[in-house]
Design a protein around this ligand. Sequence first.
Ligand code: SF4
Ligand code: SF4
Length: 445
Amino acid sequence: MENNHNVDETIAESTIYDDPDKKLTKMLSALRLNVSSKMLSMMQSCINCGLCAQACHYYISTGNPDLTPVAKLKKFTTVYNRYFHPVKSRLPLIRGNEASLNSKLKNLYKAAFEDCTICGKCAVDCPMGIHTGEVMILARSMFTSIGRLPSGLDEPVRVSIKEGNYAGLTGEDVVETLEWIKEEMEDDIDDENFKIIVDKKDAEVLFMPHPLEIRDIPFLLMYYIKIMHAAGEDYTFSSYGFDTVNYAYYQGNKENMMKIVQRVLDAREKLQAKSIVLSPCGHGFRAIRFEAEKYFGKKHKFPVKSFIQRVEEYVTSGRIKLKKDVFEGPITYHDPCNIARRGGIIQAPRTILKTLTTQFVEMEPHGALNYCCGGGGGLAATATTGQIRMEMGKAKAEQIRKTGAKIVATSCFNCLTQIRSLNEHYHLGIEAKNFAEVVAGSIIS
Ligand code: SF4
Ligand code: SF4
């Protein structure tokens, strides 16, 4: 990680755009590949009303006008008009000198990779529907094309593409870990037929874990397995594909993103599973569920769900029964941006949590209007952005504090990590839990 830290400092400090003409040509190719007419019209339709400021947790947390969505949008349009616009960029004097180019590109780099978590809240509040996050993803794609990106979005993607998962695990690692988990769980699960299923053909559900759950946090997997076992789910893991994560989405690099998605789709194809259920991970859900469909231009032929949707089905159909108030409330729920606002999964967590607690409290705002936790956009993956994440997570910390909750449940690996860090940083006195932990702990067996 120390090496990564140096890499990021070097990017921030260096004159990054030596040989500018060559770099601009590559960036223009990436722009052409990724821009849409909708995005071009978005860039030109801002009426400077300022309404987006209050949507952005960066501005809410700091009051800094340079961190409003419109300020970030303008950093892009300035660069676009000067260097890439088909007409304006040819006007005499508009390009400026090399120092000016470097300074403008550095400002945009910071806006795209550090000052925006691609949470999408500004798009909801903007009367013109401008999604600054989408524009920042476009900027990211241009920087990625010239090899300028944070270490946390670089190395994990290389490893994912080379090894098939970003933690560099092998299929044998997965099988061995699951065997160990089974032994650990046998005492807890009073069922002689209990097993953990791997590489079963024609299962109803291919369960796609997060590789860190396999490598570092197996107790999270235990919660998922306990829930699926209690529901009598016909599920399987795959020893070929076992990675929900997709940091290439946050690179803005569709080619890399699809290589990672394809591994998941191939795993399903090999096993002929009837659906894919993803471990709670916001951006991974976005990439496989929505971005892949956009890329292919057609819908998946099978359902792709986040685990929380499947658990809601277990609860509402009576496949699992939950005891109330095993966990001391109040309990609140943090809506991950890619699961709720950008994924449409808002009711499921509330149905589940209200079944297991009499003290459910909402954050304000919540659901589609919830504030980002500050760890999205790939920021949680890069060590050097820790300070930014804490500073920009202040809005979320205040939301949580106002609920008076003892437990904050959520359904995204990165959100969980970020909220745990916020808890320490802002002394919130809460416990942050994956929703599956409270479900697994409340099951009536
Ligand atoms: S997408 Fe989210 S973080 Fe980015 S500018 Fe909009 S509100 Fe701010
Ligand atoms: S809300 Fe939309 S139109 Fe208004 S300043 Fe922000 S980006 Fe521009």
